[in-house]
Design a protein around this ligand. Structure first.
Ligand code: SF4
Ligand code: SF4
Length: 192
């Protein structure tokens, strides 16, 4: 059972504005989802779990971290539910509770991206690759194969070019205050 102090449906609605209770399990979201077959759960099951308050069930599975945000589910839903926004909100909840799934390296990569943006005002690919290699030694061979190709195509800039770090700092502060306000509105208090 979930241990959140407010119901999961309420938390999701407070953060994303989406009413998960409108879902009637037609599974059109699942049928169009490009990653539905790569985890234990699929989008329609996630929606049902939200309705039933089964946060642990969702966080024990890696599906939300495989979600690419492609919005196919959202465009297909006959109830006009923004399913992709629900997935985003669940990722926020998972991070807040320290429950990033270990079987989803993309989750760690998203965090490295974010940290790089905050530090330099833009993403610095070289730092990203180095930090990923430190955290995930098995990824070194992938980078050795991909890195030179990306470099030749200009996808990696070997030199650091700072972006607007002050603007980034302001954005981070604004995002943090919005997240906190949403959690407070839902009665979760933003606690991990
Ligand atoms: S498409 Fe919409 S109504 Fe159908 S299962 Fe998915 S979220 Fe529920
Ligand atoms: S946004 Fe996520 S859940 Fe929706 S179809 Fe795309 S990958 Fe699947």
């Amino acid at each position: 059972m979930t241990t959140v102090s407010a119901t999961l449906e309420r938390l999701v609605k407070a953060g994303s504005g989406v009413n998960a209770n409108k879902c009637y399990q037609c599974k059109r979201c699942t049928a169009g989802c490009p990653v539905a077959g790569y985890a234990g759960m699929h989008p329609a099951q996630i929606m049902r779990a939200v309705q039933l308050g089964q946060l642990d069930m969702i966080l024990d599975d890696r599906f939300i971290w495989l979600c690419t945000g492609c919005q196919t589910c959202t465009t297909r839903c006959p109830q006009e539910i923004d399913v992709a926004a629900v997935m985003d909100e669940l990722k926020i909840l998972a991070r807040r509770k320290g429950r990033v799934h270990p079987g989803a390296p993309s989750a760690a990569m998203l965090k490295l991206n974010y940290d790089s943006f905050v530090r330099w005002g833009r993403m610095w690919e070289v730092e990203l690759i180095a930090r990923d290699a430190l955290k995930r030694p098995s990824g070194v061979t992938e980078w050795l194969a991909l890195g030179p190709k990306m470099l030749l195509k200009g996808k990696i800039n070997p030199t650091l070019k700072r972006g607007d770090t002050l603007a980034m700092e302001r954005m981070v502060k604004t995002a943090e205050s919005i997240t906190k306000a949403r959690a407070n509105r839902a009665g979760d208090g933003g606690a991990a």
